[in-house]
Design a protein around this ligand. Sequence first.
Ligand code: PBG
Length: 331
Amino acid sequence: MYPLNRFRRLRQNDSIRQLVQENQLSTNDFIVPLFIVEGENIKEEIPSMPNYFRQSLDHIPAEVNSLWELGLKAVLLFVKVDESQKDNTGKAATNPQGLMQKAIKLIKKTRPEMLVMTDVALDPFSNLGHDGIVENGEIVNDKTVEKLAEMALSHAQAGADFVAPSDMMDGRILAMRSKLEDAGFHHTGIMSYSAKYASAFYGPFRDALDSAPVDVKDVPRDKKTYQMNPANRQEAVTETLADIDEGADIVMVKPGLCYLDIVRDLANHVDVPVAVYQVSGEYAMLKAAAEKGWLNHDEVMLEQLTAIKRAGAKLIATYFAKDAAQLLNSK
Ligand code: PBG
């Protein structure tokens, strides 16, 4: 009498385990979010994101070089602008001399091979903290889309390789693709946040950019009229397929861990690369638990990233990119 199958044969030592491993993390998987702030000589830790920083432009070349040396090949840019630059229409978002546009140029000059991806949404530039223009208590779609397309074009003109619309307005991918093509930016790619959920996991990010919806009358307090309902699954597939039809080169699920079923659904349904954004709240949770000594930081981090890949992600935007790259390089 013996077991018919002995699965443990393929688990008995490191060598055989590695030989039959189905998914492998590599530095080619990661996109590094960078928070850029106005001013000089600023490198300030974000309180709800331990060991993650807002940095002024003068720190960026060294940062980008160190990422490149670790084998990291893509950054995703976010800017925090002064309150005085914010208004309801996100006017500052398309300023050719704006912080985002300067950052793009600086990174492409420092390290031309580094892929520069840029967040496209109005919230960092909105005095109301919304991704679109607010009129009569509503985030208006088509006017916002026009503005977002201009914003995408201004990023492309500054040298962005990919624009990454995170706003969840309808029709923005088509508007951006058309605008880019008309202006001759045939090579500028679009990474669409196609399945972005109205999630409470974005809290620390909104602290980082000071971009939370404001608490005033006639302004919606949340983003539920444009971001998706966390209870929905089929809708993610439908919306992502629509974004691909409109011209998205890469699609994205956000947040990560709670939404791995969606990642697998998309991986099964679409032919373009699927990205995942492991968001600020996910980062904060692990940092906090590790600080308390309740979880092993490095092991849990790699387990989470591997799980995201196993679910079907080709790319992972993650605040752990640098930590993970260091660990992978040392193995
Ligand atoms: C804004 C944007 C958000 C994130 C990326 N782009 C926040 C939001 O939608 O409120 C969240 C990223 C994170 O939490 O790490 N368009």
